[in-house]
Design a protein around this ligand. Structure first.
Ligand code: IMP
Ligand code: MG
Length: 176
């Protein structure tokens, strides 16, 4: 049996919100450039769409940090398995995250990145589950605040599946 997934945030709504966020970033950093750091793998779709809508110069890098196993529960252990290729000195860094849950991943990551001398350091997340917060994190740009439900799609996975769904979906029922 396959898993049952329902649409929580449709494609059109994501697109509209991503455009708004890109406009806000473009306005705030007018006359400058931004350096986006995509947190792999979940933020790939979000960063690609966001970057296309930003109207000021953009550079990109990728990093892999995880506090999660393959399931739906946080392990509490954070590690960097892929670091950025370039330094952050003097750059307007915006960390692009798919979802902030306990906040453990980002709290750790922001601490590490702040030590690398960026001109500014911001956090941009597509989804936020504030009710689950264990560690405080300053979020600068939020796409959607959602309740404590496990979601998939638009980059987000359940055991590496469903990243390719064009919408944010709710896992209603797990198959065998
Ligand atoms: P945190 O350190 O607990 O904030 O974990 C954030 C990471 O957990 C995200 O980048 C996701 O990879 C994963 N995660 C948290 N909630 C969900 C969810 O509802 N669906 C899929 N992945 C999730
Ligand atoms: Mg994940």
């Amino acid at each position: 049996m396959s898993d049952k997934i329902s649409v929580m945030i449709p494609e059109e709504e994501i697109d509209k919100r991503v455009r708004e966020m890109a406009a806000q970033i473009s306005k705030e950093f007018e006359g400058e450039s931004v350096h986006l750091i995509c947190i792999l793998k979940g933020s790939v779709m979000f960063m690609a769409d966001l970057a296309k809508r930003i109207t000021i110069p953009v550079t990109m890098d990728f990093m892999k940090v995880s506090s999660y196993g393959d399931g739906t529960k946080s392990s509490g252990i954070v590690r960097i398995s892929k670091d950025t290729d370039e330094g952050l000195e003097g750059k307007n860094v915006i960390v692009i995250e798919d979802i902030i849950d306990s906040g453990r991943t980002l709290a750790y990551l922001l601490e590490v990145l702040a030590q690398r001398g960026p001109k500014s350091l911001k956090l941009c997340t597509l989804l936020d589950k504030p009710s689950r917060r264990v560690k405080e994190v300053p979020v600068d740009y939020t796409g959607f605040v959602i309740e404590d439900k496990f979601v998939v799609g638009y980059g987000l996975d359940y055991a590496q599946k469903y990243r390719n769904l064009p919408f944010i979906g709710l896992v209603e029922e797990l198959g065998e």
